[in-house]
Structure formats: C-alpha cells, structure tokens
Design a protein around this ligand. Structure first.
Ligand code: NAD
Length: 373
C-alpha cells in the first residue's frame, strides 16, 4: 500500500491551484433524525401538495398507514406494488392510478425499488416527490433513474427525477434485517469509494465520500451485531445519505460497471453483488490512485483498504462470493466481454486478463489482490 507522501497531511485536502474543478450542488431538502416522519404533512404543504399518492413496497404497510394518517386530508390514495429495477409496466399501472386520483404529489416510503417508482412517475409528470428511505441504497439523492422494459435496463439522468424532499427517519430502518442492512450499507460504501477516483472527482465530493465511508465502516458491524442499536443505525443512515450525494454528483467507474453487468446479465441481487465486488474492483484500481488509497487507509485506520473492505464484508456476514449469489462460472468470461464492450471511464486501463482474474477471485470469495502493473 502506498505510504502517504511526506508533508501530505491526510487530515485535510491540499487544494491545488493547478487543478481547477467543477462542483454542482443538487437541490434536495433533507430532514434527518428519529421520528422525522411526523413532518410529512408539513413538508407536503411546503411543496404545495394537496392530493398525495403514497407509494410503498410490501415490507412497509404499517409505516405507510402511519403516513396516511399523518397526511390527513392531503392523502389521495396508495399504490403498494413497487418492484425491483423499476419495470415500466408497474410504472404504467401506478401512473393510471395517479391520474385517476388527480394526485399532485408523490410520497414514496421504501428502499431503492420504491424510490425508483416515484422517480419514474416524476419523470412522466414532473410532480414533486417526498421520499422516506428504508435502506441504504442512496437512490433518493440522485437525479438518475434506471428502468426496465422487455428485459432491457436503460438509465436516464434528469433533475425531474431528483426528489424535492427526503426525510431520513432512523426509525424506518430499525427493522431492516441485519443481513440486508450490511450489504445495503456496503452498496453505499461503493458509491463513496468510486466517487473518490471518479473522472469528475472534486474536493467537496471527496470530503463527503470520506465522511460517508468512515461513518459506514464504523456503524455497519455494530448494526449487524445489534440491529436495534439506534446510534449505529443513525451513523449508517447518515453515511448512506452522504454516499447517495456522491453517487448523484460524479460518474461511477469499473466497480459500478461490473455490478450493473452482473446484475443485468445473471439477475444477481443488487446490494449483495456490490458488497462482494467492491474490494476486488478497488484492488484493481489501487495502483493508479495512490493518493486515494492513502486517504482511504487513513479513514479506515488500516494499511490495506481492499483487504479491510473484504474483512468488513466478513464482519457484516455478506455472501462470500459471486458463486454463492448464483452466478454461473462460465459467466466470468461473459462479464469481461460485456464490461469491456461499452466501458465506463476508469482510472486504471481495462485489461481483459486482469479483469478475468478480478472476477475469478470475486466468484470464489477469495481475498482481493493488488497486482503490480
Ligand atoms: P429494495 O428497495 O428492493 O429493498 C430490498 C428488500 O428489502 C425488499 O424486499 C424490501 O421490501 C426490503 N426492505 C426495504 N426496507 C426494509 C425495512 N426497513 N425493513 C424490512 N425490509 C425492508 O432494494 P434496495 O437495495 O434498497 O434498492 C435497490 C434498487 O434501487 C435497485 O433497483 C437499484 O438499481 C436501485 N438504485 C437506484 C439508484 C439510482 O440512483 N437510480 C441508486 C441505488 C439503487
């Protein structure tokens, strides 16, 4: 692992006049804390909503009903059929209900799947959205929407889909099972890690990313050991919020490309795939990003960041490898083909042999390896 350069204090970022940068803030209002869901009516009125369509998934009926009563006369109706990967036919059903109810606002409570449905409706109607996240996926902080139709996933980027208000109520995450909490948190860590070496990386996003990684790395093992630990839950949700800002602010690289390819081609579960691949993708990029590695090591308090993330996976009980997630072994070559056919920008050039080795290790659940170039 590269040692920090002499004179380079890792406690702060040295801003170079020779590296101008662009930062664009995203205009979402956030309320964070325990019990903040009680502010839904106030926030809906603030956005000028008078007839609110509530969106939820099957795990949140009890909370959705609480929101219905908190909304009072602003409540217009509920759609509880949100599904993973935002299928367009589900969006069309919800859209029909929305126009039948003459709703003028959207309130989504759930994980990334429910948030995705709210964003898909906002894309088509430009209605304001309030989101109450219940996982650590981070979608609520991004102007990005992925939709699927006829087995094809397409992504759009538009401020229309960025929620106007996000209410992070720690109480809503208390029942997220330990196993799911851990991998969902690692999904967030992946957003923050890739933001550190994104093509558009800048000091503001880097500061948020490091804070996010520190908070999540500290909180996730405690959440998994005791899912009712409110302090750890607050730390995990705070880290996930910041990771979501990172994901929405800069482009992602090899890690996200591999996960999108694996998810789309082999239908592997989203958060679990992110957790398994992250240490390996970071090890692949490590030789090209010595300063990022030094900062990551500092925030994690280790001298081998990929290994530390691999061990964090063990601590949270993440699946060991892609084999365990159901990927076929001959999928390794397929994934290399697909990931290199239409690649994302990456700090380290893509080399098929090295990518193959990366995926073989991730498949088997082996430890990550930083290969000298
Ligand atoms: P999810 O919303 O499907 O939730 C995963 C599972 O957890 C579901 O079964 C859900 O019912 C359950 N669950 C959620 N919250 C719970 C709680 N508090 N208690 C108990 N069970 C709970 O999955 P996710 O990982 O949150 O999101 C993944 C989806 O989000 C994917 O489709 C992914 O592509 C998308 N995503 C999009 C972006 C973006 O910027 N567009 C970013 C991240 C993720």
């Amino acid at each position: 692992m590269p040692a920090p350069q002499e004179g380079n204090d890792l406690n702060y970022q040295a801003i170079s006049l020779h590296s101008p940068f662009t930062y664009e803030g995203l205009p979402t209002r956030v309320r964070f804390g325990a019990g903040t869901r009680s502010a839904v009516r106030e926030e809906a009125l603030r956005l000028g909503m008078s007839r609110v369509l509530v969106l939820s998934g099957p795990a949140h009926q009890a909370f959705a009903l609480q929101l219905v009563s908190a909304l009072g006369d602003l409540y217009a109706g509920i759609y509880d059929g949100a599904r993973m990967h935002t299928p367009v036919d589900v969006t069309e059903q919800a859209l029909a209900l929305l126009s039948e109810l003459r709703a003028d606002g959207i309130l989504a409570i759930g994980g990334g799947s429910t948030t995705g449905l709210g964003k898909a409706l906002a894309l088509r109607t430009d209605l304001p959205q309030i989101v109450l996240p219940t996982t650590y996926a981070g979608s609520e902080m991004t102007p990005i929407l992925g939709e699927t139709q006829a087995g094809l996933k397409t992504t759009v980027r538009s401020l229309k889909v960025l929620p106007e208000t996000v209410i992070y109520d720690v109480d809503l995450t208390m029942d997220l099972p330990a196993g799911l909490s851990g991998v969902s948190g690692m999904n967030a860590v992946a957003h923050a890690v890739e933001a550190l070496y994104a093509r558009e990386a800048n000091p503001i996003v880097t500061a948020l990313a490091l804070e996010s990684i520190g908070s999540l790395a500290h909180a996730l093992p405690a959440v998994c050991a005791n899912p009712r630990d409110t302090v750890a839950r607050a730390g995990a949700l705070y880290g996930a919020w910041l990771a979501g800002i990172c994901l929405g602010s800069v482009g992602m690289a090899l890690h996200h490309k591999l996960c999108h390819t694996l998810g789309g081609t082999f239908d592997l579960p989203h958060a679990q795939t992110h957790a398994v691949v992250l240490p390996h993708a970071l090890a692949y990029n490590a030789p090209a990003i010595p300063e990022v590695m030094a900062r990551l090591c500092a925030v994690l308090g280790v001298d081998d960041a990929p290994l530390a993330l691999y061990e964090l996976n063990t601590a949270i009980g993440a699946p060991k490898g892609l084999r365990e997630l159901g990927m076929p072994e001959d999928g390794i070559d397929r994934c290399v083909e697909l990931a290199t056919a239409n690649p994302y920008w990456n700090p380290q050039p893509l080399d098929r042999m090295r990518l193959r080795a990366l995926l073989a290790r991730a498949y088997a659940g082996a430890a990550p390896s930083i290969d000298p170039i």
